[in-house]
Design a protein around this ligand. Structure first.
Ligand SMILES: Cc1ncc(C[n+]2csc(CCOP(=O)(O)OP(=O)(O)O)c2C)c(N)n1
Ligand code: SF4
Length: 291
């Protein structure tokens, strides 16, 4: 969420690099996502002192180490609630959540609907490689039926979930999909997601060349394409129709965007209605509970 109290700075993408060198495998899609994020936050002029990257656990969740801003590396699946706490405690911060598909939609799957329906002012960038990478290749909730891994030697028989359709039905006010192999588009979408006031979800197809031989950079180059040229992202139903269609995983771009009151704005509204003030009388409140 853009806040009036946010300072703007002039830093090149390179100047957002931390001293920690990324530890991802050669060819990992997450490098391009990181570079796109450097570009996006440089274009937006985000002040590193007012920016926080929050992650869960996984290869992709190592992301915050590589950005020279404030950062939190939390627990598996818990990045969203921790990030929501950071945002509510200090709404002037720009809070960006990063992580994997296992982190976000398996163990963390219970948190996504709630940050979305509350329109919590966070940007959530999910690096979707359709495997558990850091734990050396097990199927994830976005793996296709038939995928063979150490835990599915005869091929996965579970139906994959659809992150875009879920984010849309959960009520996210910005929903987009990108492919790490198109870093220019990726940077633009990340930038728009951060600019969006409210909860923004960006699913980024980010190949894992070490463990996923089904969804490769080459296969995504073939299959992905921009949303139709005349597409206008102003209808949740229209967006859902595309997301539920047979080419759902192929369309990249902004599916849906709508400016709605954010969680912070709604809370501020209650405070204003109640005449909240920093010098409220705690004794008066305590007296209400006297027996
Ligand atoms: C509570 C808990 N359960 C399981 C693990 C083991 N674990 C570490 S990373 C991971 C999954 C990583 O997959 P994903 O989130 O898709 O990220 P990737 O490594 O593919 O980027 C799991 C299950 C853990 N660290 N904590
Ligand atoms: S295991 Fe896969 S996701 Fe993890 S760093 Fe290597 S290529 Fe990237």
């Amino acid at each position: 969420m853009k806040s009036a109290a946010l300072n703007m700075v002039e830093l090149s993408p390179k100047e957002y690099k931390s001293e920690v060198t990324p530890v991802w495998c050669p060819g990992c899609g997450d490098y391009a996502v990181l570079n796109s994020a450097y570009k996006a936050i440089s274009r937006l002029g985000l002040d590193p002192e007012q920016t926080v990257f929050v992650s869960g656990i996984g290869c992709s969740s190592r992301f915050p180490y590589f950005v020279d801003t404030y950062a939190m590396h939390t627990l598996h699946g818990r990045a969203l609630p921790v990030a929501a706490g950071v945002k509510l405690a200090n709404p002037d911060l720009e809070v960006i959540v990063v992580g994997g598909d296992g982190d976000g939609f398996s163990i963390g799957g219970g948190h996504v609907p709630h940050v979305a329906r509350k329109n919590t002012d966070l940007t959530y960038i999910m690096m979707d490689n359709s495997v558990y990478g850091l734990t050396k290749c097990q199927v994830s909730p976005t793996s296709d039926i038939g995928m063979k891994t150490k835990t599915t030697p005869h091929g996965s028989f579970d139906n994959p979930i659809n992150p875009i359709a879920l984010a849309l039905t959960y009520g996210a006010t910005f929903v987009a999909q990108a492919f790490s192999g198109k870093p220019k588009v990726c940077a633009e979408i990340i930038q728009k997601a951060i600019e969006h006031e409210g909860f923004s979800f960006v699913n980024i197809l980010s190949p894992c060349p070490t463990f996923n031989f089904d969804n490769t950079s080459a296969s995504y180059k073939e299959s992905t394409k921009p949303l139709p040229e005349d597409y206008v992202p102003n209808s949740r139903t229209k967006a859902l129709e595309i997301a539920m269609g047979s080419e759902a995983k192929d369309f990249m771009g902004i599916y849906y965007q709508d400016r709605q009151p954010t969680l912070v704005e709604r809370i501020q509204g209650v405070i204003n209605d109640q005449g909240g003030s920093p010098d409220y009388d705690i004794q008066k409140i305590a007296d209400r509970y006297k027996v």
